[in-house]
Design a protein around this ligand. Sequence first.
Ligand code: GLU
Length: 328
Amino acid sequence: MSLPRLSIAALGGTVSMQAASPDQGVVPSVNGQALLEQVPRLTTQARIHVETLCLQPSASLDFDFLLGVFDWARRQVEQGASGVVITQGTDTLEESAFFFELLWDRDEPLVLTGAMRSAAEISADGPANLLHAGIVALASTSRGRGVQVVINGQVHGASRVRKSDALALEAFSSPVFGANGLIIENTVRYLHAPSARKTLPPPRRSGQRVALLEAALSADTLLLEKLLELGYDGLVIAGFGAGHVSKGWAEAITALALQIPVVIGTRTGAGSTASHSYGFIGSEIDLIQRGAQMTGLLCPRKARILLWLLIGCQRSNELPDYLQHFGK
Ligand code: GLU
């Protein structure tokens, strides 16, 4: 019986990090082939093609580079891969996962993973995470589910997952929804039925700017006032509580929302924005009347990615449909 084909791309991150000497900090230096050699079991389950597309900390990845990674992944399935795994740093994993989720229109699974402990540490989690990611990417039950993040024995949907702890091994969670599935005895068990997909074509342009600002107590309005002059094409605000801002920010939003899409989420890290509960100046009712749109359950940093891609596709008029889909 011939084995299925699995493609793996390494981008860097802690999973690929080691220190040149014991007194130095770890940096990305372990390439994809060396990562794979730590997981011999995977090579008994698939014919593996592995490439190192970069060795970067994930804070320095950008949308243009990720569009190239997306093209690479698409080519892999066109050439016969049953699934694709991408390893990267965990700091921005939740963002790249959602970026790919919005673009990935194939049934073949695209799986992202990383590690919280570097390759140099005792009990490094990278090898197990890579094995589990490969298992998920090869599973027939993963087909049609879009992009998954596999880490710490859990499978998380790309539109829900967040890094919710800076250094713990159990750094990832999907607030409100919970994990999509679990790795049990080296197989994937899904806990939720697949949800309907809603994708976009690759953007026609990539120079658009979407700002993400967090509401904070006693924050001034200077950045909001300068935003148009600075050339921003969209604004996402991580608002207080259920999607609220101060009176000063609300007034500044009126002028902005006449020119560019303004989207309000919650800075709390979990739960939905409201839509018709509060009536004070800066509340969700007030902000909607001023032309802003609420993210619902979609977290602000994922809303920024959605808006960036919609603007790039010249489809920002469809923002309400996409927010409805991902925010409900
Ligand atoms: N904690 C991060 C990681 O787990 C640091 C580096 C990065 O995101 O690239 O990978």
